[in-house]
Design a protein around this ligand. Structure first.
Ligand code: NAD
Length: 332
């Protein structure tokens, strides 16, 4: 029977892995360990690998994997930036990802974040905890249908986000380097980035991090946005210059932001840091501000998404083991 080792596994993945194993008549061992020099010995006796690395693997390991008969690594995420794709290919290791496990999960989280900002939920919760039940204009909300929502990046997630905001009755505009005709069912494209910035009451980012958009949202960009605009970033932290964002929040140019991603999140996400000091004053400030909703890269985290990630990773793994190929190879 085919044997697959599923590493870097969380407890919530186990029942999906067990179901998949039963349905496919495959033996799966679930391990919480990530793949490293120290854990390499665990691979002994397995045919296939399903991994969830956040850090890379040592460069020499691709050759070692190949010598030990492995032909694939099935990463259970969309991003594969932790791997050296060329080095893997050189040694005949196909890397697969799960490109679209549930765009709805991130889109729904985006809408939840927007509503939290618009309804001043953090401020209201703080007031209630202090037994302040009064109403005043600092917590007066705007309705989604009265807003122009700017969706930056109109791929899988951006399109569903646009659809959800359109269902609230908002005017939805989009900006993308490659415009997608399907997206025009829910939004109107704006060709000029500056015009897109100027029109958006709430701007939500749904594009990958590339060399071109590192710190694309900085003081200059913020100053082109509507005064008091809301900014959401459930994409990648380094798209925003966080220091500049804090200055824009201080000045009121940005009235509220929801950050599911932060440029220096790596040491902390996904660890339990309870009771320990953060060695990052910027992250500390984001957490403590009432006008920032910081969440630990968790927008994707729904039952449907986890199931699809486990199934997608294992499907790709088995496909390469049995057919020599898979639809989701990222280093063909
Ligand atoms: P996608 O590839 O389907 O769409 C991305 C879109 O961004 C494309 O239409 C592309 O043309 C556009 N784009 C690329 N560079 C751009 C630029 N410089 N300016 C404007 N548009 C640009 O990707 P997706 O599945 O919709 O995912 C979008 C992003 O969401 C991912 O890249 C990832 O960063 C993020 N993400 C976050 C989570 C989370 O849990 N927070 C989970 C999954 C994905």
């Amino acid at each position: 029977m085919t044997k697959i080792l599923m590493m870097g596994a969380r407890e919530d993945e186990r029942r999906f892995a067990e179901k998949w194993a039963k349905d496919h008549n495959v033996t799966i061992e679930v391990s919480t360990d990530i793949l490293s020099d120290d854990t390499y010995h665990l691979l002994n006796g397995y045919d296939g690998l399903s991994l969830q690395q956040t850090m890379g693997i040592p460069a020499e390991m691709y050759e070692k994997l190949s010598q030990d008969g492995f032909r694939q690594i099935a990463q259970r995420s969309a991003g594969v930036d932790m791997y050296d794709l060329k080095e893997a290919k050189k040694h005949g290791i196909s890397i697969t990802n799960v490109p679209a496990y549930s765009p709805n999960a991130i889109a729904e989280f985006t809408v939840a974040s927007a509503l939290n900002c618009l309804r001043h939920m953090q401020a209201i919760q703080k007031r209630v905890k202090n037994h302040n039940f009064s109403w005043d204009k600092s917590i007066l909300a705007r309705e989604v249908r009265s807003l122009t929502i700017g969706v930056m990046g109109t791929g899988r997630i951006g399109q569903i986000t646009a659809q959800l905001f359109a269902a609230f009755g908002a005017k939805v505009i989009g900006y993308d380097v490659y415009q997608n005709p399907n997206a025009e069912n829910y939004l109107t494209y704006i060709d000029s980035f500056d015009e897109f910035l100027a029109q958006s009451d709430l701007l939500t980012i749904h594009m990958p991090l590339t060399d071109d958009n590192y710190h694309q949202f900085n003081t200059e960009t913020f100053n082109k946005m509507k005064p008091g605009a809301i900014l959401l970033n459930p994409a990648r932290g380094a798209i925003i210059d966080t220091k500049d964002l804090i200055a824009a929040l201080d000045s009121g140019q940005i009235s509220c932001c929801a950050l599911d991603t932060y440029e220096n999140e790596m040491p902390y996400v996904t660890k339990d840091w309870s009771g320990k000091t953060l060695n990052d004053p910027i992250l500390e400030e984001l957490i403590n501000r009432e006008d920032v909703l910081y969440t630990p890269h968790i927008a994707f985290y729904t039952e449907t998404a986890v199931e699809n990630l486990v199934f997608g990773g294992l499907d790709a793994c088995l496909s390469i083991l049995t057919n020599g190929t898979a639809d989701t190879i990222v280093n063909p």
